[in-house]
Design a protein around this ligand. Structure first.
Ligand code: UDP
Ligand code: MG
Length: 315
């Protein structure tokens, strides 16, 4: 691998044995035609059960200086695969694309050109998406919801074809289904994202790994992302705010009941208000403590979570 790789292309894959060789060839042809010689392709095998890893081994032996391949013991999902790939990139620019040939490598120069305009991330937009309606329709709803919730105005958050300045991609952490929200996570760190329409091919080999189950998980992650990006930095403030409010109301109720008893001699033992007051004070203490624990965890986890333990083989 050339030490001065300027461009790193990260490709997560799970059971895509048929497309890996033609994909590498297309990338290589595009690079040659555009005088991009310092590049590396990082394949991350996300627990394939077909012959993908054997194909990668032979690709690696043919192009040892251009290819890097990582293998997970089992399927951990696209976000973990991307994240493991990012950890070993050396390029100043990082491109991600799917392994199934639905993304067109010939478009890489357009991404680089757009990135050159000063953006931190250029996201592909599959304007004419070649997937069944069962995928495209939920995806439209998902994109609209993400736009509204995040305030990031792009059309296709989930497109796997993206280009980044290395600094941007190394500043975020991915797990679960969070790869769908990279532009949102980047925006929270102050990085800019723009989009370019990209060609999208029909899947000709293998099968899609994304069904409705993953869509639901991805949808739930929207809540995580909104909380993460808006409040992650200060969980103490997020929970503490509610806790303080609840505690103060509870305390006011208890103070009023106490005054009522001392001044007017009313009995307070049987009043529902007493239970409410106690409940609110306890809730307040709990919420403030939760916030504090969040702050402590934040404070103590100085190093980023690494995917290195999941990688069982490396070429
Ligand atoms: N992929 C992966 N791990 C998974 C699911 C998918 O690495 O658990 C890879 C897959 O091999 C492909 C890319 O992520 O390279 C996009 O997946 P897919 O084509 O199934 O998604 P779709 O295009 O149908 O949305
Ligand atoms: Mg696909």
């Amino acid at each position: 691998m050339s030490a001065e790789a300027k461009l790193s292309i990260v490709i997560p894959l799970c059971n895509e044995a048929e497309t890996l060789v033609p994909l590498y060839e297309k990338i290589s042809t595009t690079a040659d035609a555009n005088d991009i010689d310092a590049f590396e392709v990082i394949f991350v095998d996300d627990g394939s059960t077909d012959t993908s890893w054997e194909v990668l081994e032979s690709l690696k032996s043919e192009h040892p200086e251009r290819i890097k391949a990582l293998r997970f013991r089992r399927n951990l999902g696209k976000a973990a695969a991307l994240s493991a790939g990012f950890e070993v990139t050396r390029g100043e620019i990082v491109i991600t694309m799917d392994a199934d040939l639905q993304d067109e490598p010939a478009e890489i120069p357009r991404f680089l050109e757009k990135l050159g305009e000063g953006y931190d991330c250029v996201s592909g937009w599959k304007q004419l998406r070649r997937d069944p309606l069962g995928k495209t329709l939920p995806s439209r709803v998902f994109n609209a919801a993400t736009r509204v919730a995040s305030g990031v105005k792009i059309h296709d958050f989930n497109c796997g074809f993206k280009a980044y300045r290395a600094e941007a991609i190394h500043s975020i952490e991915l797990y679960g289904e969070l790869h769908r929200y990279i532009p949102v996570l980047l925006a929270a760190e102050g990085f800019t994202t723009t989009e370019i329409p990209v060609e999208h091919h029909r899947r000709t080999h293998g099968v899609s790994k994304y069904g409705w189950k993953r869509l639901i998980k991805g949808g739930l992650d929207l809540i995580t992302v909104v909380v993460l990006t808006r409040y992650l930095k200060r969980p103490g403030h997020f929970f503490g705010g509610f806790g303080l409010l609840s505690g103060l109301i509870g305390f006011a109720i208890l103070a009023w009941l106490t005054a009522d008893k001392i001044i007017f001699g009313s009995s307070i033992g049987q009043r529902p208000l007493l239970q409410l007051g106690i409940l609110l004070v306890i809730l307040g203490v709990q919420l403030v403590s939760t916030g504090l624990i969040g702050e402590l965890l934040n404070f103590n986890s100085k190093s980023k979570g690494s995917n290195a333990p999941h990688v069982i083989e490396e070429l």
